[in-house]
Design a protein around this ligand. Sequence first.
Ligand SMILES: NC(=O)c1ccc[n+]([C@@H]2O[C@H](COP(=O)([O-])OP(=O)(O)OC[C@H]3O[C@@H](n4cnc5c(N)ncnc54)[C@H](O)[C@@H]3O)[C@@H](O)[C@H]2O)c1
Ligand SMILES: O=C/C=C/C=C(\O)C(=O)O
Length: 486
Amino acid sequence: MKDIKHYINGQYVGSASGKLFDNINPANGQVISKVHEAGRDEVDAAVQAAKAALRGPWGKMTLDQRTAILHKVADGINARFDEFLDAECLDTGKPKSLARHIDIPRGAANFKVFADMVKNVPTEAFEMPTPDGTGALNYAVRRPKGVIGVISPWNLPLLLMTWKVGPALACGNTVVVKPSEETPTTTALLGEVMKDAGVPDGVYNVVHGFGGDSAGAFLTEHPDVDGFTFTGETGTGEVIMKAAARGIRDISLELGGKNAGLVFADCDLDKAIEGTMRSAFANCGQVCLGTERVYVERPIFDEFVTRLKVAAEELRIGPPDDSDASMGPLVSLKHREKVLSYYQKAVDDGATVVTGGGVPDMPGSLAGGAWVQPTIWTGLADDSAVVTDEIFGPCCHIRPFDTEEEAIDLANSLPYGLASAIWTENVTRAHRVAGQIEAGIIWVNSWFLRDLRTPFGGSKQSGVGREGGVHSLEFYTEMKNVCIKL
Ligand SMILES: NC(=O)c1ccc[n+]([C@@H]2O[C@H](COP(=O)([O-])OP(=O)(O)OC[C@H]3O[C@@H](n4cnc5c(N)ncnc54)[C@H](O)[C@@H]3O)[C@@H](O)[C@H]2O)c1
Ligand SMILES: O=C/C=C/C=C(\O)C(=O)O
């Protein structure tokens, strides 16, 4: 059976401890590969390699040379598209039809977009008077931050990891990546692409393992990492923030959400149903931007619920290779336990189960997979944990509202503030409501429409900082002001 090793200083290496853990296919519960678990020594080797590489050829390259290499990385992903696709879908169970259009193309785009961006972003200059009348000139330059620790989750593994590694490398940093223990393969495979593209050894390093008391914690506790960029749960973000405080290291945190969809009676209902279907059920509901709370204006509430139920029941559940499948399994049996505990809680709290609520019958070997039914509830109180906690499954609760103010209050009622989707054909209302929602990302009559130049991140407990466009450059560089007395 294949074993997945760390990628340190341009070489694939195993753990000195010989500790391995299973990488499991969530579609059937079978072991795909064995993964080396990093101890402190491997993490230290990766960080030292990254530190040394800052002073090596990578640090001496011109911007043109560096960005040309990053274009080759993107081309390398595209040249091995099917390998990345197979690996991502085996690790996550997601439909190939989905990963083919989103995960893998974005993996490549994340390198191209930021390579082009760093070449075109201006910095500032200020002329100032001085008492002697000669004046002075200030100008700012960007320098890499140093060694960046990248800790990424399992829901969109290649997309979310490269969303950070792309700009980090474009800005001239080096990285140590700790991918999710659930989905290590594409991060490992990217090492081969880096090598072939001419990325110098030590620039891209990968260590595998778990979070607490494992590779994740060892990385955040390592004093030679200059900054951390993390995507994952809010609770983990708190732990990482604390670790980063030692040594005053910078952080960028993209955390959880319990996002609201607001559907007004003046919406185009076909579009609202289609968009809400994606925002609730795409990637088996495992998208941080998903809408697990849907608020619908009362005159169209019944029709909306009926139509969403019909559409949810038309979703075809199946494994990655099933070209008709629109929904795969959850990422693991452990995550399914969590999701099913909320399915049970909804019933205990008196929900009306509009559809789903259980586990589908799957044939043959698929019976061992982490399958769940897409689920819709109505009738829960606003303080039910099903309505306030991020479940991260294919489910949503739909509740009626009567006024715009009520809809806004409901959307803003939780400590999360990641994203929101507003459905209305009234353009004035769209702007008015968008301006009042406490969230970092608002979509109007759309969902997950991504322009990589835009600020991306969450407010309140959904994150710290923004990435995307020049905001990524803010995080991945140190600005230095040079003041010249003339
Ligand atoms: N805001 C966003 O952009 C965004 C995007 C995707 C996912 N998410 C969130 O991610 C979560 C799902 O992902 P997950 O379950 O993999 O999250 P998670 O927080 O459990 O794990 C994310 C990563 O952190 C590591 N980790 C866990 N504990 C750690 C510790 N103590 N120290 C260092 N590293 C540690 C894990 O091994 C993994 O690599 C959801 O809450 C979702 O909303 C947010
Ligand atoms: O699950 C969360 C999805 C996050 C998406 C991005 O970070 C992105 O599109 O850049």
